[in-house]
Design a protein around this ligand. Sequence first.
Ligand code: IVH
Length: 669
Amino acid sequence: MISEKQRKRHATLCAEIERHNRLYYVEAQPEISDFDYDALMRELLELEEHHPELRTPDSPSQRVGGAPIDGFETVAHTVPMLSIDNTYNANELREFDARVRRGLGGEAPAYVVELKIDGVAISLRYENGLFARAVTRGDGLRGDDVSHNVKTIRALPLRLDGDTPAVLEARGEVFMRDKELERLNKLREAEGEEPFRNPRNTTAGTLKLLDPKAVAQRHLELFCYEIAPLPGVELVSHSDTLARLRRWDLPVNANHRRCANIDEVIAYCDAWATRRYELDYEIDGMVVKVDAAAHRQRLGATSKAPRWVIAYKFPAQVARTRLLDIKVQVGKSGALTPVAEMEPVKLAGTVVKRATLHNFEDLAKKDVRIGDVVEVQKAGEIIPQVLGYVASERPASAKPFSIPRVCPVCHTAVHKDADGVYLRCLNLACPAQVKERLFHFASRKAMDIDGLGPAVIEQLVDRGLVRGPADLYRLNADTLKDLERMGEKSAANLVRAIASSKARPLSRLLFALGIRHVGQHTGEVLAAHYGEVDRLMAASVEELQEIYDIGAVVAQSVHDFFETPENRALVEELRALGLILTEQRAAPSGAQPLAGKTFVVTGTLRHFTRDGIHERIKALGGKPTSSVSRSTDYLVVGEDAGSKLAKAQALGVAILTEEKFQALAEDRG
Ligand code: IVH
């Protein structure tokens, strides 16, 4: 039996913990230490342990994460989650403003400008004020239900106080602070794990973890910035939206401003281009939004993005540091890349000490010398690159780097690509290349051989035990156990891991072989098309090129690879060693109303993204292709269809609107 006193204590604890969550995560004004907070949480968990009936869905105990889940359910968004178009300078912002004013028949709107948080978009559904579901953006129409994980975010209220609509969908961004990433990386490094690269990818990865308890330990945070237009939610303006979100204690970023005209917008964006470094989380720009709901409604949206909003992207972050040395790396296809070794410097939320210098031509053009102060930038956020040196800081001792004439590893003369800028070591037996190729072969997305990391490969190649992938399958535990840092047990495990990789499907093997231009996706496309390796090996360039998603360059590269006698011999060796070299075809599930039909899609669609409709066609047995020909069965047309429509009409190809396509897909056509 539960006493009145215990019930009261439970209510107090819940209220107190949620108040502290709010103070810490929403208002950034904590009142108690982490230690005291943990004590309250422990007391709550113990109380609920003894009296499970107290464990309501909005109890803060729900934030510590429940049992692991099997996977994420895909759910449709009630209102699609569109993306935003980008601008990169003041002129483009003015063009946006001009478009908006034209759309409003000459009326000049007010704007609200916000920070563009560099995180992961999320849709939060509340039913009668109670948190019901959190869904990722996915393809904009359907996303993954990540409620278990999002619940662990302490800034997320599990219950909204006050007047709430029956159904509310708030949109926002889940993100991670720089200092949290640092904290996690310290822990990871202590355990010998690779550090996370940047906060955004870590956030995305964390939301996809299957164990909510692990998610709870990585302190994700949240900012909300939109309310989806649903019945029962009358919104007047964006300013009103933000005020309401805040009244419900949903976290709203304090840095936003209402601007009367585009000049004010530009000034505010400019101010943040430098102020952003004061923040301890990443932003990649600003978001400019038309304020009045009535204006937004009149402007509407294209299939991709609303016309009332635009992103203003900052130029990538740049940092300065000293160049200590230049090392030459040999890649798996022999390309030599100069890599800068630098004094560690903070850049876009992480500490970097290595950066790419692309190639020697680029290095010569930039005239970067060892000892220089260099500027580094993150390209695509992950791999930093050296932009150039700072002339005013060049020391007299700065040393130019001479272009290598021989491979730094096998010392054979290097050659320059006929059609490119790369220097290449053409010695296929070069140990550096062999190691890189083996490392790629064993990697997780390729043959996924657990325990075959760089340290083991290094020794296997250096001791002459392995010269190529086939040799791996001839290794035994006796040989392996003599390697450094390898005991009997790990040797046996490795042999087992190698053996079980024999059953990997053809798609993975194709990727693993390191054929130029064949990534994971192309591996899958080729394997799905041919089903087994012999048919693929016999394919002509023309035939390869006819496959949807395979272009001329890829077709040529695949063909060349299988024309080379050594590579054919390798395939035969792998076959003899027991690799399966086939792809299990997924049995078609469900109805296949589009079976055998070829589709081309053109123009802007309202209900599908381009990938989305291609997936749907494939799922229903049809074949999406990219150009209209006599063998095309249907052309699906969206808005602004151009030359493909004309060609289809000329050839007499059946033309479908989106609605007709849907009807056909659902077998109503
Ligand atoms: S509004 C339809 N506001 O940026 C408009 N988005 O590059 C909905 N983002 O997908 C988005 N900060 O994930 C909006 N203050 C902000 C934002 C923001 C970050 C993200 C969002 C969006 C992406 C587009």
